[in-house]
Design a protein around this ligand. Structure first.
Ligand SMILES: [Zn+2]
Length: 54
């Protein structure tokens, strides 16, 4: 059994990992910068960058 998804119970410093992906809203592609924690997999923040050039 894999236990990689278990959530750490102890408080920790979020290990911020920034990922940029291209999403779509209303048929318009746009870039989103998402910051997640690699330890607890929580989404710490998300902000749109700019409209992606098709
Ligand atoms: Zn965390």
């Amino acid at each position: 059994m894999a236990s990689t998804r278990r959530i750490p119970k102890l408080p920790h410093r979020h290990a911020r990992v920034t990922t940029v992906f291209v999403g779509q809203r209303g048929g318009i592609p746009y870039e989103v910068e998402r910051t997640t924690c690699s330890v607890c997999r929580r989404v710490l923040g998300e902000r749109p960058l700019r409209r992606a050039v098709a």
